[in-house]
Design a protein around this ligand. Structure first.
Ligand SMILES: Cc1cc2nc3c(=O)[nH]c(=O)nc-3n(C[C@H](O)[C@H](O)[C@H](O)COP(=O)(O)O)c2cc1C
Length: 257
């Protein structure tokens, strides 16, 4: 890599990557325009190049374009949310992608081949490495989509009736996990703008903690650890899905770290 007089390497590649990473947003409203298979192929080509535990590459992708199939998959995915909504009323389900899956012209169902777990060290076979590998892959997929002018979001399924239904609808063998659906399409700019205008900043997912707050050089700086209250306040005021006011003095989250 070239360096300038002050020893700073040529930043063009870094700047391109940073722009891509910082402009990507979860988009939950799509235009109905088809996305050519060649373009989806380019996106998945990047996804398959992702790192994975033991290079196990546990991912396979079912690309659902057919409208009737998409509707069935979306209905199954959304059913999880109607169940959960009853149980967790402080959760802001309205900004979840699941209710909008029907709008996206392409649903990419990301499968994880459980048989690859055998590649992992015997004490680490609980499935965590498999899921971490899929997470790395999905982020690569989302960045690739962004680089091609496509919007995407991350839909979590994870278990229960929705997973069983989707498995059945798409004929997915039992050896695969069916935990994630990534809708892909061209963003419906008008709808996205309208949603942004109606959504408080914290719910748009635009906020990130500053670099100085998350980096410790050398050893952990204990003076900068967030108190349990600050951590809980962050959950209730800065993450995207808690909609009730912060309950003062709340201490039932993870603590004592
Ligand atoms: C592991 C994981 C699971 C997620 N699950 C969902 C989901 O089920 N539904 C959804 O709408 N967004 C989901 N998201 C997207 C996050 O809400 C989103 O990335 C976050 O709010 C930051 O917003 P941004 O993607 O616009 O930067 C998930 C993201 C990750 C990394």
């Amino acid at each position: 890599m070239r360096a300038d007089a002050s020893g700073i390497p040529d930043r063009a590649c870094y700047d391109t990557l940073r722009n891509l990473v910082s402009q990507r947003r979860s988009v939950r409203r799509f235009r109905s325009d088809c996305v050519p298979r060649e373009i989806i192929g380019l996106v998945l080509d990047i996804a398959r190049l992702s790192p994975s535990a033991a290079n196990s590459q546990p991912w396979e992708f079912v690309v659902v374009e057919d409208e009737a199939l998409r509707r069935d998959v979306a209905r199954a995915a959304a059913s999880l949310f109607s169940e959960l909504r009853k149980r967790d009323q402080s959760f802001n389900w309205s900004i979840s992608v699941q209710p909008f899956l029907t709008q996206a012209p392409v649903l990419i169902v990301v499968l994880g081949d459980r048989r690859m777990i055998e590649a992992y060290p015997s004490i680490l076979r609980g499935g965590v490495l498999l899921r971490q590998s899929l997470a790395a892959c999905i982020y690569g997929l989302q960045l690739a989509a962004e680089s091609l002018g496509l919007a995407s979001a991350w839909g979590t399924i994870q278990g229960g009736r929705p997973e069983a239904e989707i498995r059945q609808i798409l004929g997915i063998p039992e050896c695969f996990t069916v935990d994630h659906i990534v809708p892909v399409g061209y963003p419906d700019e008008e709808e996205v703008e309208r949603a942004v205008a109606l959504t408080p900043a914290r719910e748009r997912g635009v906020r990130r903690r500053p670099l100085a707050d998350v980096v410790h050089w050398g050893t952990y700086d204990p003076d900068r650890i967030r108190s349990d209250d600050e951590a809980s306040r962050f959950v209730w005021t800065d993450t995207v899905t808690r909609v009730l006011p912060y309950p003062a003095g709340r201490r039932d989250g993870p603590s004592g770290c």
